[in-house]
Design a protein around this ligand. Structure first.
Ligand code: FAD
Length: 446
């Protein structure tokens, strides 16, 4: 990582418009600096909302890309390639001249001194001063106190996770093809998903289609369509965030695709050979964790109060209590609305990011603050294989082809760059017509 180039690098350059990367020696520029940690949905929306504000925006992310997580399951099931759903943050903000992008990992915040500590490759520890700080670092996978499961049951949060999961799934079919023992083959072709929220449901549907359609003709010694896909849920039903009637329809649809669903059965153990669920041992070639999440350590950095899940409790304007210059948005923020916590979904992060951008811009312009943040629910969607999705928006509940078409349109619209939209659209049309999947690669030695 290098600091910004050219005359802006000169420490004595009073006109410098770019942030210095060493807050210990000088503050940033003549213009107030807004440091945003996290280039996901919340952080990127905040940066964009500040495009016209008289500030220097510094967006820091530990990856160089904005990831469209709702389509991660399609990378994990070989439908899309990583580059289809990830956009370089630098490219997304190329035209926004008041924004600088840094590839680095935030490791702490000194709210008193208004500095963020970063680890930057090739540079080591650097401190960045801020006038305003927006934390949008999202969540990580949670194994509910059983971190030992992580070795055997990978989760799905990053592109690396998705390509690893893809390798696990495709690799199980390869190993089964080379296996002589029928019982071992059957075990290898058993895929267990732990957690039946939207990600588990979408993954289960996609894996069933992969096995029964895409791979069906490609093997000679095993029958891929005989693969057993088991979706396990500790709660009473699948899709707990959806209305019961929609969950029932998704349940029936998954079963019609050959997915075995086990509800009210918590997983007691996971190891390299399978899972223990509801007192029964299931030998499996692949176990995937689609269950829980835990917030990034933002609350510890800020010394802020949290909800029971560890998310930062925020004020009505999404600032941290007692720190009006520090905001937390997206999955890592705990915000109540009408007595219920806002869900960890992309729209909450996007709307929160935009809102905070507005708060900062108005404050600097000496204008009154906007009314408290209020999330406008645009609806909840989950897709179950081709041609079928469930959609809930207020009192509207829809399932089937129309919901699926809306799901596809909405997802394409919200991809960050035009080329991502084009790539995903083209892949989907091709897959729809051929039942094939564009990215059936096992990377690395398996
Ligand atoms: C598999 C999956 C499927 C999903 N499907 C849907 C869906 O269908 N619909 C929906 O609305 N929502 C969905 N979600 C949830 C949605 O993606 C999140 O609610 C949304 O991404 C939250 O946005 P955010 O900005 O808070 O965090 P994120 O988008 O997760 O962004 C956080 C960013 O912070 C960066 N970061 C983290 N820690 C640091 C650090 N220390 N230093 C620097 N950078 C850091 C990360 O690299 C990342 O870029 C899904 C999530 C997953 C994982």
């Amino acid at each position: 990582m290098t600091s910004p180039r050219g005359p802006k690098d000169n420490p004595g350059d009073a006109d410098s418009r770019s942030p210095r990367l060493d807050a210990g020696r000088s503050r940033v520029t003549a213009r107030p600096s807004v440091v945003i940690v996290g280039g996901g949905f919340g952080g990127l929306a905040a940066a964009r909302a500040l495009a016209r504000a008289p500030v220097e925006v510094v967006l820091v992310d530990r990856t160089n890309h904005h990831l469209f997580q709702p389509l991660l399951y399609q990378v994990a099931t070989a439908g899309l390639a990583p580059g289809d759903i990830a956009s370089p943050i630098r490219q997304v903000l190329r035209a926004q001249k008041n924004a600088t992008v840094l590839l680095g990992e935030a490791t702490g915040v000194d709210p008193g001194a208004r500095r963020v500590a970063l680890e930057i490759a090739g540079r080591g520890r650097v401190e960045l001063a801020y006038d305003f700080l927006i934390v949008a670092t999202g969540v990580a996978q949670s194994y509910f106190g059983h971190d030992e499961f992580a070795r055997f049951a990978p989760g799905l949060k990053t592109l690396e996770d998705a390509t690893a999961v893809r390798g696990e799934i495709l690799g199980a079919f390869e190993r089964a093809e080379a296996q002589e023992n029928p019982a071992a083959r059957r075990d290898l072709l058993t895929i267990v998903l732990v957690g039946a929220g939207p990600t588990g449901v979408e993954m289960a549907g996609a894996i069933a289609e992969l096995a029964r359609a895409t791979l069906a003709e490609d093997f000679r010694r095993v029958d891929p369509s005989s693969a057993r896909v088991v979706l396990v849920e500790a709660g009473a039903r699948i899709l707990p965030t959806f209305h019961e009637s929609l969950a029932r329809r998704a349940h029936a649809r998954l079963e019609s695709m050959g997915v075995e669903i086990r509800v009210a059965q918590p997983v007691a153990a996971v190891d390299e050979r399978g899972v223990l669920v509801g007192g029964e041992r299931i030998e499996a070639g692949v176990v995937l964790w689609t269950a829980g999440v835990k917030p990034s350590p933002a609350a510890a950095w800020l010394g802020a109060a949290t909800d029971r899940a560890g998310r930062v409790l925020v004020e009505p304007d999404l600032s941290v209590p007692g720190r009006p210059e520090v905001f937390v948005v997206g999955d890592v923020a705990a915000k109540l609305q009408d007595g219920a916590p806002l869900p960890g979904v992309a729209q909450v992060a996007i709307q929160g990011g935009r809102y905070v951008g507005r708060v900062v811009a108005r404050r600097l312009a000496g204008r009154p603050a906007p009314p408290p943040f209020r999330y406008r629910d645009k609806g909840n969607l989950a897709v179950v294989g081709r041609d079928f999705a469930v959609l809930e928006r207020g009192r509207l509940r829809l399932s089937g082809w129309l919901a699926w078409a809306l799901w596809a349109t909405i997802h394409i619209t919200y991809l960050a760059l035009f080329n991502n939209r084009l790539l995903v659209f083209t892949q989907w049309v091709w897959s729809y017509l051929t039942w094939q999947r564009g990215s059936r690669l096992i990377l690395g030695r398996h």
